[in-house]
Design a protein around this ligand. Structure first.
Ligand code: PAF
Length: 278
């Protein structure tokens, strides 16, 4: 696997792939790779020559957030990527963000759900993703559905700027107990991680109530909030919207999505579930 840290060298590597008519699949990450990333990479490999980036992006962390503590394990990440036979890892230095004067925002989507709790987060995400797209010029880029709002925002950005990249969503990978894989899960000790499993269990129970005929968002969200609090979670939000995240729902319909964010033992977790009639 080739490891590239220099922006111009990465651009040239991509240009050469394109010259030989290869499609480029891209998986942006912040490292500390887990099975969720591996699924993104395996999906990407089906579409083209796969480039993975590792960069803990300071622009997407707010004041008082965990930028300094964010788990980093380059050695192990490198091993995982080599074992997966990824052709190129882009591991930029901080010069990819220093001196940035132009930022991307989507005011409508950035001011709801995660945006309300992390006001500058999506500005940082969209800006870094656009930078990475500018360097790598991928044909396909892969985003996990755990960060559903991020996926919707990146997709909208690619459409709004007529980018030649197709944004591909990839299913959330879960622990056996249902907990969504996340680099931040490493903050938990074993007991904490076990207890955190209740998060997805509560969301699944709400989806079960929907399937059984309950469609009042107030009742479904109320159930989620009450059950999460009972299990020791602090709830930032639990909301039902349409799949485009355009409209908050009062009456849930088939295909809507229930999204939630909680804090548990000092760790912030996100998850979501589609409401589907089975
Ligand atoms: O989802 C992530 O890991 C990050 O938000 C991303 C897309 C790599 C941008 O820094």
């Amino acid at each position: 696997m080739k490891i590239i840290t220099d922006i111009e060298e990465m651009k040239e590597f991509s240009r050469n792939l394109k010259k030989s008519s290869k499609k480029i699949s891209f998986v942006p990450t912040m490292g500390k790779l887990h099975l969720g990333h591996i699924k993104l990479i395996e999906s990407a490999k089906k579409y083209g020559e796969t480039a993975v980036s590792i960069f803990v992006n300071p622009l997407q962390f707010g004041q008082g957030e965990d930028f300094n503590d964010y788990p980093r394990d380059f050695e192990n990440d490198e091993k995982i990527l080599s074992d997966l036979a990824v052709p190129v890892l882009f591991y930029p230095k901080s010069d990819i963000v220093s001196g940035t004067e132009t930022f991307l925002i989507n005011p409508e989507y950035s001011e709801k759900l995660e945006g309300l709790f992390r006001p500058s987060h999506f500005k940082g995400v969209l800006t870094i993703v656009m930078k990475l797209f500018g360097i790598i010029e991928p044909d396909f880029a892969f985003f996990g559905l755990k960060d559903y709002q991020q996926y919707v925002l990146v997709k909208k950005m690619a459409e709004d700027f007529f980018l030649n990249v197709k944004i591909i969503p990839v299913e959330t990978v879960r622990e056996k107990c249902g907990l969504a894989m996340s680099s931040r899960n490493t903050y938990f000790d074993e007991d904490g991680k076990k207890a955190a499993c209740a998060f997805y269990k509560v969301l699944s129970a709400a989806a079960g109530l929907f399937n059984a005929g309950e469609s009042s968002a107030e009742k479904l969200n109320g159930f989620v909030i009450k059950e999460l609090i009972r299990n020791g979670f602090k709830v930032d939000y639990a909301e039902i919207t349409d799949a485009d995240l355009k409209n908050r729902k009062q009456t849930a319909l088939n295909g809507d999505i229930l999204l939630a964010a909680v804090r548990f033992k000092g760790v912030r977790l996100l998850d979501n579930i589609f409401l589907l009639k089975k």
